[in-house]
Design a protein around this ligand. Structure first.
Ligand code: SAH
Length: 215
């Protein structure tokens, strides 16, 4: 069993993550047990254990595993927490969050992506993820406040609406930048009516876009 894993691409991926600052065992374990090939088209399945972003429907992407791991590790999750994810996409990050937290509320602006991810996670027997087709830049007011917020699309600035929906001492991880080449992943901690902001790493995400689409 171990020999098999050792020779696999998944083993190489996990080594790569460890070499690049991922030390949280629960995060590494989630990446080990979740089959990323379920979230991409047939012709990309053999690339699913490589440490690269991959295209999904609607011109969107499933993020690079190292970035998924860094964002998840920085959220400092435990099984009591409620998490809001903005940008469901394929549902891969949602599934990772579902293993490490109590409830996941995920919002996607494309109805087709929302439906596909929802169906897949249902097939996998996941019961603690709730889906919404909406503009996630507005959060999910009815379910707020959240202990954690993760935004998986690049915002021009930290959205106030999301900070408002965070509990005190809550953490939000979000890429912020002016364009595709100038994005910094930020860790935002809410302290009363102030926020503390820490820069984590340079990243490249698809843009956070206002409104929702019925396709
Ligand atoms: N977490 C995803 C990454 C998807 S890429 C995964 O693991 O696959 C980012 C996603 O954010 C895209 O699906 C895009 O449609 C969505 N998105 C962009 N702007 C949004 C918005 N305002 N509200 C909700 N989703 C948004």
């Amino acid at each position: 069993m171990f020999e098999k894993l050792k020779k696999s691409k998944k083993f190489d991926l996990l080594m790569d993550l460890k070499k690049n600052g991922i030390f949280d065992k629960s995060v590494l374990n989630a990446i080990e047990i979740i089959d990323r090939s379920l979230f991409v088209d047939e012709n990309l399945k053999q690339k699913s254990n490589l440490n690269i972003a991959l295209p999904i429907d609607c011109g969107q992407t499933i993020s690079q595993p190292l970035v998924v791991a860094h964002m998840t590790q920085s959220l400092n999750l435990n099984n009591k927490l409620r998490v809001l994810e903005v940008g469901t996409g394929s549902g891969y990050q949602s599934l990772i969050l579902s293993k490490l937290s109590r409830f996941v509320y995920t919002v996607e602006r494309y109805s087709s992506l929302k439906k596909k991810a929802e169906m897949l996670l249902k097939e996998l027997g996941v019961k603690n993820v709730f889906f919404k087709h909406a503009d996630g830049g507005l959060g999910w007011n009815e379910q707020s406040p959240f202990d954690r917020i993760i935004v998986t699309a690049n915002a021009p600035e930290i959205p106030n609406k999301l900070v408002e929906q965070l509990v005190n001492d809550g953490i939000m991880i979000i890429p912020v930048g002016d364009d595709y080449n100038q994005q910094i992943l930020k860790k935002v901690v809410k302290k009363g009516n102030k926020i503390l902001v820490e820069n984590l790493m340079q990243v490249r995400f698809v843009p956070l876009i206002e409104g929702k689409l019925n396709k």
